[in-house]
Write a protein that binds this ligand. Structure first.
Ligand code: CS2
Length: 489
């Protein structure tokens, strides 16, 4: 089988969507940091839809951690397939909007020089929550983060996303070139404002005048991004390669649904994202809050409880009516009352989410979503909990999600087998669990005192303590399935 390349593209079987523009004519206008599966199923597809009319907005991607995306896409001329999946089948489409992938570790100079060049007007990011090197509870840059310490000591060879952005901006400033717009596409609350705070703080630690320029001249629009993208498996590679008749080393599996809401603040210009289905609005924050609390809050709850109950995929958990009832109740009774979304049909949004979670073809692993809980909990569950506590309203199901995370990070499942807990705080979390030695009260007391997650207020809140500790005891006593059945009612 030939490899997917510009050449084999010409011989694609009929019925496979391919780029509708001449790839020789497109030029880079965007650098994207964190060229993982999510970006390739989301923004890169919107850009692919734009390039026929707006050829100056192609993407150069950069991997900050691992060179694996570059290694897969370089022999394919940057081409890859997205496979859109649901119960009715798998629909492949070849995407051509990524011109090249740079490995930030070995091609750092090339990457920063490109970011500093006038053709690049947008630098977007999906570096995941932990890539912002911040304190998840406060949203502030963590100056003691090892990558930040490294980048401040050697600012011209940065490793972190804030360090790379600031170095490229500094070079533009020195050369008298207007700054690019920084567009976060991560699941952070107020992701534009949060990125702005982190980047300006990093700039201030480098140089006050640079910080002032960043504050005055750089735009950080917020975005809400949404598309479910499970990790690709070897079986997926085979399926897609046989569908397109060419070997694709890294196709991306995704769902039909996609949503992108963008704050309209691009002084350096932007392509007409609204022409290809994005919503360009003045204020994104209500949309972000809705998505983080409804989708991601439910997702994390399903991930921890589902994993503990022995469900490998989200759709498996959704096959249990008690889980569906729990998540339906969580969204309806505990999340929706915290949202202020005039003009949005929240019950319809909820129902669509329940259907998306149940998509049997997606095979989204609970273990994948369970990753990095310390970075996710604050914006997915704890913000909603704070609002509910303040309003004097119950947090029965939200607190079960938090308790399930506590049970999960003990690293031992209900059958006594090890859980591969992936989290930047994993070592600390497992030391706390070891110390507690299976006593739910001690486990709760230890974990709730991690301020990067729970802040200083929640450990002091009696209602919160009681609700979470109660569920944790029940999860340890009767297990996840029985607890879900009881709490779902
Ligand atoms: C998921 C998200 O892995 C996770 O934590 O909750 O990646 C989720 O699939 C996306 O945010 C959907 O837009």
């Amino acid at each position: 089988m030939p490899r997917l390349t510009s050449q084999s593209l010409a011989a694609m079987p009929q019925g496979i969507a391919v780029p509708g523009y001449d790839r020789a004519m497109i030029k880079a206008g965007i650098v994207h940091l964190g060229i993982g599966a999510f970006h390739r199923a989301h923004m890169a597809v919107y850009v692919d839809d734009l390039l026929a009319e707006h050829p100056d907005w192609a993407i150069v991607g950069a991997s900050l951690r691992r060179p694996d995306t570059k290694e897969a896409l370089a022999p394919q001329d940057g081409l890859y397939t997205i496979a859109i999946r649901d119960a009715s089948g798998t629909r492949p489409r070849v995407i051509g909007s990524i011109l090249e992938v740079l490995d930030a570790n070995t091609q750092r100079e090339e990457l920063i020089a490109l970011m500093a060049s006038p053709a690049i007007r947008i630098v977007s990011l999906t570096v995941t929550e932990k890539g912002y090197c911040h304190d998840p509870a406060t949203g502030e840059l963590d100056p003691n983060h090892p990558d930040i310490v490294h980048d401040l000591a050697d600012p011209r060879s940065p490793k972190s996303a804030p360090g790379i952005l600031v170095e490229a901006l500094a070079r533009r400033r020195a050369a008298g070139i207007a700054p690019f717009t920084v567009m976060s596409c991560d699941n952070l609350p107020a992701n534009g404002r949060t990125t702005r705070r982190i980047v300006t703080r990093f700039a201030a630690l480098r140089d006050e005048a640079l910080c002032q320029w960043v504050e005055e001249a750089v735009a950080f629009p917020s975005t809400m991004v949404d598309r479910i993208v499970p990790a690709t498996t070897d079986a997926d590679r085979e399926t897609v390669s046989s569908l397109i008749g060419a070997e694709d080393a890294w196709p991306i599996m995704t769902e039909p649904f996609t949503q992108w809401v963008i704050e309209d603040h691009f002084p350096a210009g932007r392509p007409p994202f609204e022409a290809v289905g994005a919503q360009v609005v003045e204020d994104v924050e209500p949309f972000e809050l809705m998505k983080l609390r409804m989708l991601n809050g439910s997702h994390s709850t399903l991930a921890y409880l589902g994993y503990l109950a022995g469900h490998q995929h989200v759709s498996d958990a959704m096959g249990d009516p008690a889980f569906v009832k729990l998540i339906h109740g969580l969204m309806t009774d505990e999340v929706m009352p915290t949202l202020d979304m005039p003009g949005t049909d929240l019950p319809a949004y909820r129902d669509e989410l329940l259907a998306r979670f149940a998509n049997p073809a997606l095979k989204h692993r609970t273990w994948q979503i369970a990753m990095d809980g310390s970075q996710k909990l604050p914006q997915r569950l704890l913000g909603t909990i704070r609002d509910r506590l303040q309003a004097g309203e119950p947090i029965t199901r939200l607190s079960l999600g938090v308790a399930a995370w506590m049970r999960y990070v003990t690293g031992i499942d209900e059958k006594g087998e090890a859980i591969d807990v992936r989290d930047p705080l994993a070592t600390r979390l497992s030391a706390i669990a070891a110390e507690a030695g299976g006593d739910p009260e001690k486990l709760f007391d230890g974990l709730v005192e991690v301020p990067e997650i729970f802040g200083r207020d929640l450990p002091e809140n009696a209602t919160f303590r009681q609700a979470v500790a109660g569920h944790l005891a029940s999860l340890m006593r009767e297990g996840s399935s029985a607890t879900v059945r009881r709490v779902a009612g």
